[in-house]
Write a protein that binds this ligand. Sequence first.
Ligand SMILES: [Zn+2]
Length: 343
Amino acid sequence: MKTPLYFHEDYGNYSFGRFHPFDATRFSKYVERVKDIDEMISNIKIFESPLATDEELELVHSKEYIEKVYKMEEVDGNLTPDTPVKKKSPDAGRRIVGGSLEAARHIDDDTIINLGGLHHSGRDYGEGFCIFNDVAIAAQHLLDEERKVCVFDTDAHQGNGTMDVFYDESNLLFVSTHQDPSTLYPGEGYIDQIGREAGKGYSVNIPMPRDSTISDYHYAIEEVAKPVVDQFSPDVVIRNGGSDPLQSDTLTDLALDLRGMEYLGKTAREMAEESGAGHIDLMLSGYGPQVVEGWLWMTKGALDLNVDLQIDRKLGEIGKEPKKDLEKDMEELQDILSSYWDF
Ligand SMILES: [Zn+2]
C-alpha cells in the first residue's frame, strides 16, 4: 500500500513575513520534489489535509487562546517577538493540525506523513514559530482512543509545548533529542526534566552537545531512547522534527548531514516496527540551504525506500566514539530514569 502524505496548498500561508527565517515555500517545494522522484511518488499517495475544527483545536488549546490568536491576526499582533500572527497563518496552522489529525485517524501499523510538528505551542501559548500544536492534538486524539503514544521529537529545538501538555501523563512517552538547552531556544529539556506525578519517568530528555554527529545520535538513541521506547511498547510512534539538526542549518549548532536525517527517519520506523505500532512522521523545521533535501532523506529512511538521492559529498557513518560529555550525560540520565526503566 502507498504511504499517505497529507498536504494542502494553504500550508504555504504558514508564514511570518519576508524577513523571517521560516520560509513557507518549503511545503510545496518538498511535494514537487516527491512528485519528481519516481521511486518516491510510486510509494506515496498525496491527500489534501482538512481544516481542523474548533473542537479539534480544543483537544489541547483553550478557547481563550484560540480567540486570542484570531484577534491578533486582525491587528497584525505577535505571540512573541519571533512569532508574529500574519494574515491567513492561523488557518494555515489549522490546516497543518488537520493533516496530523487525519494521520492519527487513519493510523494502522504502517507509516503516514504530514508536514507538521509545531511543538513549541502549549495549551495557552504560542511561541517559536508555532501557533497550534498539531503533534499534541494528534497525540491527544490517540490517547482519547485509548492508544499508548510515544512522541519521538528529533527537532534540534526541544519540544517544550508538547512536553508541557503531557507532563503528568503516563500513557504518553515523550522522548526528545535536541541541542543542549543551555545553548539554544527554548532552554528546556535538561536530563532531570522527567515528568510530574503520574507522568514521572514518561518525559525523557536527551540533550545533544553542540557539533553532535550521527555517531553521537546513534549512541544516545541506543543507550536511552530505544530501551525506554521498547519497554513502554507504544501503539503509535509520532516522530516530529525536520532538518534543523543539519550542520548546514543557520539557527542551530548540531552536525548531522543528510545521512543523519535518513537515520532519524529510519530509527522512528524501527521503533514503531519493534512495538508493532503505527508510525506518524511529521516534518516541518529547518533553516538554511538543505531544508527540503533533509526532509527527502528523512522520508527515504522513514519509508525504507531504495532511492538514489544524488549528493556529491561523502556522508558520515555511524561508528565513531561518542563525545565524552554525552557519555557522561547519558550515564547520569540512565541513573535518573532507573527507577522507571531498565537499562
Ligand atoms: Zn526546531
